[in-house]
Design a binder for this molecule. Sequence first.
Ligand SMILES: C[S@@+](CC[C@H](N)C(=O)[O-])C[C@H]1O[C@@H](n2cnc3c(N)ncnc32)[C@H](O)[C@@H]1O
Length: 237
Amino acid sequence: MTNAFFTLYQGLAREGPGEPADVAWAADIVGLKPDARICDAGCGSGADVPALLAAAPQGKVTAVDSHKPFIDELWMRIGPNPRVTAYAGNMAKLKGPFDLIWSAGALYFLGVTEGLVHWRPALAKGGMVAFSEPCWFSDAPSEGARAFWMEEYPAITDADGIDARIRAAGFETVAVRRISDTAWAAYYDALQARVAALRPGADAALTAVLDAAQTEIDLWPRAKADSGYLLSVVRPV
Ligand SMILES: C[S@@+](CC[C@H](N)C(=O)[O-])C[C@H]1O[C@@H](n2cnc3c(N)ncnc32)[C@H](O)[C@@H]1O
């Protein structure tokens, strides 16, 4: 991640759309025990860590992200907590066992199939993975939706396509739901405010990052009817 990119995201509540209700929903589907061992893979600055701790009140959360400054922000967000371990590292190399591997908007960096194959040995018996992934919600996405995702994630597919990638890893889908419009709006409202705040005095590198973020923000209203994030809870078969 470049410095300019990190400058944009520094201090934001999240680095992708999502909300605590998503974590609670997944924990319910998994049947998470109070003392569950959870991994937040690609945790960013730790937006979901409080909700994960709440989902397992006597449990432990291990948060990993490749970008060290996000881990520093995570600690600033939650403060010292004996139930949390956080480190900068590669989420392809998780050391379990975990009852839940949670990954909000990050698995696509590894690829759904490839990531699940990596994570399988890190799951405890009966453990599951919950991840959100870009998804078409229409058979004929609009031009605006295509323009948005061709820029963001050309490998986007629909729910059947995600399920095929899950099955190719030797997993099965237990339940799915969409990340809400409210979560997307909150994410882009915060990003828009950050772009506006950083414009004055931005150097060339930061200006390029701000322009790209503005394009994304401007395209989203044309994309959201036909696409978004699908949250899938999956388990090995
Ligand atoms: C879109 S952000 C989502 C962050 C957070 N889960 C959230 O929802 O706010 C994706 C995160 O994945 C991290 N990431 C990408 N590849 C990674 C890897 N191989 N290992 C660990 N983290 C990775 C990035 O640094 C980034 O923080």
